[in-house]
Design a protein around this ligand. Structure first.
Ligand SMILES: NC(=O)C1=CN([C@@H]2O[C@H](COP(=O)(O)OP(=O)(O)OC[C@H]3O[C@@H](n4cnc5c(N)ncnc54)[C@H](OP(=O)(O)O)[C@@H]3O)[C@@H](O)[C@H]2O)[C@@H](O)CC1
Ligand SMILES: Nc1ncnc2c1ncn2[C@@H]1O[C@H](COP(=O)(O)OP(=O)(O)O)[C@@H](O)[C@H]1O
Ligand SMILES: [K+]
Length: 542
């Protein structure tokens, strides 16, 4: 599985290579620039032949240093290369200054970005991992000016190659730190920020050694568009096993394309799904889904059917007696029990074979749900709390946290997260979604799966994983009512046999959720997700 590095971890890997004598900083920079050109030509083979024009925008740090290497390498191929620098290139230091000295062509200022013929390639080497302050407007203005060259004239549009990251992207958080927009009204500021992000977006981003967290979080995938990782000879970190929770302080990317070889039926996630040859239904776990009242049972039914499809041996819905008839008319393999109140739930949970619980989907917000949650948590089974089970504690989240145990998974979307963790939802500039989810998990004492296109799964022990529905795994059809209920059923179904840690079950569920949506494709509604799971399993070789 791929690991997502923080900027500090990347710097440490680079420093270790230099300390051990494995490579000098200059060698790493040369490999970075050379690797970026090679990856770009592999991506766009039509640029291999011919003499193209490139504009290379170089910044004041080592990202700019990489840019001078790219400029030299392209000129060596016979390209016409214009280099424009932000700031005074004479003030460059260290390796970047050495690479600047090896560039024998002219270097102009960014103010000349609008002059000249349309290039085939714009290389963004303004800022990489070292951007600590808002991006200067002159960087945005220069990017736009190059893009606008010969605008309106027929011909190939200019492709944009970002070195390490599109400038402005924070490689830890995935957010873009734009300069303050003066006296703009908020809606103007929003429009400016929207258009600035359009200007900064790359067609291809080439990063070095390993992907960084910011390439996958928040605005990262939209800005990078395509991401290639180039080896620059740094020591690879040991790949964490996908069936064990990741080590503390490390963030793994769930089901990255790079782990496709692992995705056979015998490996992740197949081994979490395949029943043992002699398993009977009780060995595969029994999930109880607590349902809402009359006319509000759809969410629980979605979760229940999914728990059964993903492999739980038995699934029961517990609903208020008045809703029995409605549910009975809609259920066959899923069993049904009346559940008048929390006392009835307690009685039901005296059956030790009930090993997985889902509370929240369609449950209703209020005291009844709070009491049910209290009883469920006291029974200490694998428990998924979603939707109303979370919102019911918005007034007193500590009450919930005091009852949670390590077998729980909370699955908030951003709104529910903000209700339980209002301070963590208001993140400062340097705090990422991963940091926020980790802090939430530590506070709650349970695994937190923060839903989104970039879903973060974090454990109280400081373990984190990210699943991103982007870069060839986009699943926009998942934005449909009930998709979250299905996810909670998936997690409970994977938890119920008792073999998988909550973190591992939540990671696999996040992957299968998106895989199912992608397998079904356009027109998806939540009901389709459990029904397409058998096809997903067959694809996995199960
Ligand atoms: N790590 C590795 O293994 C390898 C790294 N490599 C490359 O190095 C890149 C990281 O280089 P980096 O650390 O020099 O940072 P970078 O992104 O060039 O920018 C920092 C410069 O910008 C300045 N600055 C900051 N904000 C500013 C602002 N708002 N407005 C104006 N200035 C601002 C800041 O100045 P300061 O904050 O010191 O005032 C500093 O001068 C990395 O992305 C990759 O491309 C590869 O060569 C291979 C191996
Ligand atoms: N555009 C999207 N791409 C990928 N996943 C998405 C997208 N939109 C929504 N999802 C996923 O769908 C689920 C929606 O959950 P939720 O908001 O709880 O919906 P509901 O309450 O209707 O069930 C989450 O798992 C979320 O990650
Ligand atoms: K860049």
């Amino acid at each position: 599985m791929t690991e997502l590095l923080s900027v500090a971890q990347m710097r440490a890997a680079e420093a270790e290579a230099m300390r051990s004598g494995a490579a000098t900083g200059l060698q790493l920079m040369e490999r970075a620039g050379r690797g970026a050109v090679a990856a770009m030509l592999e991506e766009w083979p039509d640029l291999v032949a011919g003499r193209w024009r490139a504009v290379v925008l170089c910044g004041p740090g080592n990202n700019g240093g990489d840019g001078y290497v790219v400029a030299r390498r392209l000129a060596d191929r016979g390209w016409a290369v214009e280099v424009l620098a932000l700031g005074d290139p004479a003030r460059l230091g260290g390796d970047a200054a050495k690479m600047r000295a090896l560039w024998t062509g002219p270097v102009a200022g960014l103010d000349e970005a609008g002059a000249g013929p349309r290039p085939g390639l714009l290389v963004d080497a303004l800022f990489g991992t070292g951007l600590t302050r808002p991006l200067p407007w002159e960087a945005i203005t220069a990017m736009r000016a190059v893009r606008d060259r010969a605008a309106g004239q027929p011909g190939e549009r200019c492709r944009v190659l970002a070195i390490d990251c599109p400038s402005g992207l924070n490689c830890d958080t995935g957010r873009v730190d734009l300069p303050p927009s003066g006296d703009d009204a908020p809606e103007d500021a929003e429009a400016r920020s929207h258009s600035a992000i359009g200007i900064l977006s790359a067609d291809l981003t080439v990063t070095f050694h390993a992907p960084k967290r910011g390439h996958y979080l928040e605005a990262g995938p939209g800005l990078c568009q395509r991401l290639r990782v180039v080896d620059i000879g740094l020591e690879p970190s040991e790949a964490p096993s996908p069936v064990e929770p990741p080590a503390s302080g490390r963030v793994r990317l769930v089901g990255a394309r790079s782990c496709a070889a692992d995705l056979s039926g015998d490996l992740w996630p197949g081994q979490l799904l395949r029943p043992g040859a002699g398993d009977h239904k009780y060995r595969r776990g029994h999930v109880l889904v607590v349902s809402g009242g009359v006319g509000r049972g759809g969410a629980a039914r979605l979760a229940a059917r999914t728990a059964l499809r993903i492999g739980a041996g038995l699934v029961t819905i517990g609903c208020p007696p008045a809703a029995l008839q409605e549910n009975a008319a809609r259920l066959d393999a899923v069993m049904l029990r009346p559940l008048r109140d929390a006392a009835a739930l307690e009685a039901l949970l005296s059956d030790p074979r009930i090993s997985g619980l889902v509370l929240g989907p369609g449950a209703g917000v209020g005291a009844r749900t709070r009491e049910m949650v209290g009883v469920a948590l006291a029974a200490r089974r694998g428990t998924v709390l979603d939707a109303d089970a979370l919102t019911s504690f918005a007034e007193a989240p500590e009450e919930l946290f005091a009852q949670l145990h390590p077998g729980c998974v909370l699955t908030p979307h951003d709104g529910e997260f903000a209700r339980l963790f209002p301070d963590l939802a208001r993140r400062d500039r340097q705090t990422s979604r991963v940091d926020a989810a980790l802090a939430a998990a530590a506070r709650a004492g349970a695994v937190v799966l923060l839903k989104g296109v970039d879903t973060v799964i974090a454990s109280p022990e400081g373990r984190a994983a990210v699943h991103v529905a982007a870069y060839g795994r986009s699943a926009p059809w998942l934005g449909t009512a009930g998709a979250g209920d299905v996810l909670s059923g998936m997690i409970a179904g994977l938890l119920a046999p008792g073999a998988s840690a909550p973190q591992v079950a939540a990671e696999a569920a996040a992957w299968l959720h998106v895989e199912a949506a992608r397998r079904f494709g356009p027109g998806l509604i939540a009901e389709d997700l459990p029904e397409i799971l058998p096809a997903v399993f067959r694809d996995l070789g199960l």
